[in-house]
Write a protein that binds this ligand. Structure first.
Ligand SMILES: Nc1ncnc2c1ncn2[C@@H]1O[C@H](COP(=O)(O)OP(=O)(O)OP(=O)(O)O)[C@@H](O)[C@H]1O
Length: 317
């Protein structure tokens, strides 16, 4: 079975709200300097009018997605199943499934166009600059190796730490993701941990090499509401403390309302609406966005919209 670092890190082969009629290609040129040395307003990720096709079927599946992400910001991608959210993320990570290709547009990570990247460049970038957490954490962890050792391995591979340093830092990471008794968790196997704990372990592994960008694709979908809220708080905390930039994919508008500055609404491979989250959710302009909001209100979205309104009133006062 592949190790965690192979699977998660290495295998990985505004303005105003607008109803999107034309792709937004006005995102400017990305930086050439590493983002750690750049200003917080320099994009760490620029996706410009990206189109993705299934070459085997001869179909275009994603018809132009554009967004930019600066350090500490979060962009959400919402939309129905099959709308192209995950393919967009996978294109950004350079791990499109077989037969799928980016056929137009560009993606820049830390100012570097990823289109011509060699596998060695990807290996250097993944984990250290861009990382990801997906649904179903158990499938990314090896059941026969203690979870702590799997995080320590990421630290040895990506940061060149010695065995003992890697162990200490792995325990610190388990503490940072708010796992109680991190020493104990370090020595446990996946079957001994709950889904929420496993998702935290995976987040610890994903942030182990201090990435600038974290893609969380339905990362909290399988978790119960309380654990989901704790993981979202953890991501918000990482944003604030470390300037981590987030791409959050969710079918759940309430999740996006809590965490994201900007939202893209996708349907059938198209971005039908895009803009600041509060604007899109309060004043949806596209019929499909209105439908999504109406569907979600019964699941408690109204609570977050009300909280947002209260925040806005406070800010205005
Ligand atoms: N590995 C694959 N092989 C074949 N088709 C795929 C593959 N991955 C995605 N697709 C197709 O591409 C389209 C977009 O898929 P994608 O996974 O990006 O959707 P999504 O918006 O993330 O959906 P979900 O919310 O269900 O994850 C889907 O219609 C799907 O049929």
């Amino acid at each position: 079975m592949a190790t965690l670092s192979e699977k998660v890190l290495t295998e990985a082969e505004q303005d105003s709200s607008s109803v999107v009629e034309e792709p937004n290609t006005s995102t400017g040129t990305g930086p050439t300097e590493p983002v750690r040395q750049a200003s917080p307003s320099t994009p760490v990720l620029s996706v410009r009018d990206v189109r993705i096709s299934d070459q085997a079927a001869g179909d275009e599946i994603v018809h132009g997605v554009s967004f930019t992400l600066t350090p500490g910001r979060a962009v959400g991608i919402v939309g129905e199943s099959g709308s192209g959210k995950t393919l967009t993320c996978r294109a950004t990570l350079g791990i499109l499934p077989a037969h799928f290709e980016v056929t137009a547009g560009s993606i820049e990570i830390d100012g570097q166009d990823i289109s011509g990247f060699s596998s060695a460049q990807w290996t250097a970038l993944r984990g250290a600059t861009i990382s990801a957490v997906f649904q179903d954490p158990a499938s990314y962890l090896n059941p026969s190796i203690r979870v702590g050792a799997q995080i320590a391995e990421v630290l040895r591979v990506k940061k060149g730490l010695k065995r003992r340093e890697a162990r200490e830092e792995a325990i610190d990471l388990l503490r940072a993701v708010h796992l109680r008794d991190p020493e104990l968790v370090y020595s446990q196997y996946t079957y001994e941990l709950s889904g929420g704990m496993l998702q935290r372990v995976l987040i610890a592994a994903a942030i182990a090499a201090d990435p600038r960008i974290l893609i969380a694709d339905e990362a909290t979908t399988a978790l119960d509401v309380t654990v989901q809220a704790e993981i979202l708080d953890l991501l918000a905390d990482l944003r604030e403390r470390t300037g981590l930039a987030l791409v959050l994919v969710s079918h759940d508008l309430a999740v996006v309302a809590q965490l994201c500055d900007e939202v893209l609404v996708m349907r059938q491979g198209e971005v039908v609406e895009q803009g600041p989250t509060h604007e899109v959710l309060h004043k949806p302009r596209h019929e499909y966005t209105r439908l999504l909001i109406a569907e979600h209100e019964q699941y408690g979205l109204d609570k977050f919209l009300a909280a947002e309104t209260a925040d806005a009133v406070e800010e205005d006062a």
